[in-house]
Design a protein. Structure first.
Length: 288
């Protein structure tokens, strides 16, 4: 328990700088081995605590210090009104009275239509690449052994080997040009995007958030073969600073008022990506 209290004091002291949540003493105790006589050095335990906090569900009972939860959650009045159907009684606007630590449950790029995203995800399933609305099928080369019109004699004046090399080089150059163009288009889209997020605080309360001004660190997660390769991870922690605007129950994000703390929750991203296409298809069908 003495080691846990030391860790608790250290994490509390550095919290204003790191923006990490303050864990409970009982949770910190679980990090300290009880079956060995040798306890890891404090720097090692601190690093483990920081990493596990960033990869944990903030709403897990007993994870965080009770006083921290109460001082870093949304005011109950905000979420009570937001959960009414339909919501009524919103003040014209509000400011968060305290810093609030949240985790990201969902991200949507409102600058793209849902149907456009469905088309893109379906094309990826088919093994195609897309650039905007244009489908790009990368060229393939046919082996000379499968082409009866190709002379296998390396001494033949037709230069079949050179032709194949030139074809492959041209295909690679075309693929590189297409990839560069696609990357440029994605970068332009990222800069002009407006994102809607579903956020959850330490108490489990949820609110929507909308970019009032572009926050560069926020982007829709990108996956390749089930691995996150870019964007904001699902489960990422954000610190909404005191004074952040809330309009009709929606948190308005702008640079300087939100800090991306980082982290992710294992399994949340794969589940989000795995069900994304079906969710969007359902939303498109409902809108018809």
């Amino acid at each position: 328990m003495k080691t846990a209290r030391t860790l608790h004091r250290q994490l509390t002291t550095e919290a204003p700088t790191t923006s990490l949540p303050i864990p409970s003493l009982s949770w910190l105790t679980t990090l300290i081995p009880s079956t060995t006589s040798r306890i890891p050095p404090p720097p090692s335990l601190l690093a483990t605590a920081r990493l596990r906090l960033l990869s944990s569900d903030l709403s897990t009972p007993g994870l965080l210090d009770a006083s921290y939860v109460s001082s870093h959650s949304f005011p109950a009045s905000l979420t009570t009104i937001a959960n009414q159907h339909p919501p009524t009684g919103y003040p014209k606007d509000q400011l968060l009275p305290q810093d609030v630590l949240v985790q990201v449950l969902d991200i949507v790029n409102l600058s793209r239509s849902k149907w456009e995203v469905v088309e893109e995800l379906e094309s990826i399933e088919r093994g195609e690449q897309t650039r905007g609305r244009e489908i790009i099928r990368l060229p393939t080369t046919t082996s000379t052994s499968n082409n009866p019109d190709t002379d296998d004699d390396p001494g033949d004046e037709g230069g079949g080997g050179n032709d194949e090399t030139q074809t492959q080089a041209a295909a690679q150059a075309q693929a590189q040009a297409q990839a560069q163009a696609q990357a440029q288009a994605q970068e332009k889209e990222r800069k002009n995007a407006t994102h809607k997020l579903t956020l959850q605080d330490c108490s489990g309360q949820r609110l929507y958030a909308l970019e009032l001004k572009r926050v560069e660190e926020i982007a829709v997660p990108q996956f390749v073969n089930g691995r996150l390769v870019g964007g904001t991870p699902i489960g990422c922690k954000l610190l909404l600073k005191r004074g952040t605007k809330v309009a009709r129950g929606v948190v308005l994000l702008e640079p300087g008022m939100v800090k991306v703390v980082g982290g992710r929750v294992e399994g949340w991203g794969r589940a989000w990506e795995g069900g994304r296409l079906e969710r969007l298809r359902g939303e498109v069908q409902q809108a018809r």
